[in-house]
Design a protein around this ligand. Structure first.
Ligand SMILES: [Zn+2]
Ligand SMILES: [Zn+2]
Length: 375
């Protein structure tokens, strides 16, 4: 899950008025002014005119951003805001040095649904094509619970999930990431309800966008916090749909669920390979955890500042079985919405190069906001 609390609340607040979004019925003048500029970074203009990679390829040097560092691995990026319209997301990715972006295609904490019109889709695709961003995914609404025993909530969730898939396909996103639901009454029934809902929607909505079910932290009655349970959920899908569905591994979630990435990285990887298989791994969410191993709490932290620590992320960034897997951060953004992400991406790229510490100087230098000592 994308970090909630302060950073997420800010992000949501900033996301509200979506420019000329079709669904935004309020006139622009009535929109509450954001507390910060809609886009606080320097949006690349001429510097963005770099060679555009073919779709699905990774540029040898993602040099579109002054904050980027050449990197030849899989797409690497972060969740970015769509404040001002969905087409603003790709340049925001460029601004933090991302070659992968995750976004919400609606207000994630509201039921209200929408589809994009042709102009919005065209603007997004055009904006994306002008960047080195090579992997795009949406994260579905937090309200969706496809496993709910409550018929009304489940029906509402299925409708909302269908819209998520329709919007993802319309934009041509590589994936929609979805959280398994909360079973509430009985675990096995919940898994069946969740799987049936996925089948229902994927049989009605087709397109290029893959569904990635995200491994969860295990809080409350949520499904999918063990590799076995995720495998059981996916096993219920017919073969024709299984090829359209994969898994998103969130490092903070699996750590909180009890998988010890710190002391048993190889063991966790082996277990994932045995139970789910790396062919199912569609993307990684790279988050450190504010909550300890096995806590079942979903609390994201800056890379290296939580219970997981730098070591496991060094392993992830150099692990051959993860080398081709797109990776996105969902770590706290901080006040300016760009500095932390720039610093995190620099750090991860340094890890990928086998360096122990990222380069320090420069606009993307690690601000370490929580532990800052003024000198
Ligand atoms: Zn999530
Ligand atoms: Zn996540």
């Amino acid at each position: 899950m994308v970090p909630r609390k302060r950073a997420a609340a800010k992000k949501h607040a900033a996301k509200k008025p979506a420019g000329k979004s079709v669904a935004a019925k309020k006139p622009a003048a009535k929109k509450p002014a954001a507390k910060r500029p809609a886009f606080s970074g320097t949006r690349p203009t001429s510097t963005r005119a770099v060679s555009v990679p073919k779709p699905g390829t990774v540029p040898a040097s993602a040099g579109a951003s002054p904050y980027d560092i050449p990197y030849t691995g899989a797409p690497l990026g972060a969740h970015v805001s769509t404040s001002g319209g969905v087409a603003t997301a790709p340049p925001r990715g460029v601004d933090i040095g991302a070659t992968a972006i995750q976004l919400f295609t609606k207000q994630a904490n509201q039921w209200k649904e929408r589809l994009f019109d042709e102009a919005e889709v065209a603007a997004f695709r055009q904006a994306l094509a002008a960047t080195p961003v090579a992997f795009t995914n949406a994260h579905d609404s937090y309200l969706i619970n496809l496993a709910s025993p409550n018929p009304d909530l489940r029906a509402k969730s299925i409708t909302s999930f269908e819209y998520e898939m329709r919007r993802g396909n319309a934009l041509g996103l590589d994936a929609v990431v979805s959280h398994p639901g909360n079973f509430m009454d009985d675990r096995a029934s919940g898994i069946a309800r969740n799987a049936d809902a996925i089948i229902d929607v994927l049989e009605r909505v087709t397109g290029p966008t893959r569904l990635l079910m995200e491994l969860t932290a295990g809080q409350g009655t949520v499904i999918g916090s063990t590799f076995e349970e995720m495998a059981a959920l996916l096993a219920r899908l017919p073969a024709a749909l299984q090829v359209r569905v994969g898994v998103c591994l969130d490092t903070a979630h699996v750590f909180a669920a009890g998988y010890d990435l710190v002391n048993d990285f190889d063991g966790v990887m082996a277990r994932f390979g045995d139970v789910l298989g790396f062919h199912r791994l569609g993307m990684l969410h790279l988050n450190d955890s504010k909550a300890p191993l096995g806590s079942k709490k979903d609390r994201h932290e800056l890379i290296g500042a939580g219970f997981i620590g730098d070591g496991a992320f060094r392993r992830i960034m150099t692990e051959p079985r993860l080398a081709a897997i797109p990776k996105s951060l969902e770590t706290p953004k901080g006040d300016d919405l760009v500095s932390n992400d720039r610093a995190m991406l620099r750090k991860l790229r340094a890890f990928a190069r086998g360096e122990r510490a990222p380069e320090r100087a420069g606009p993307g230098a690690m601000p370490a906001p929580r532990h800052r000592i003024r000198t």
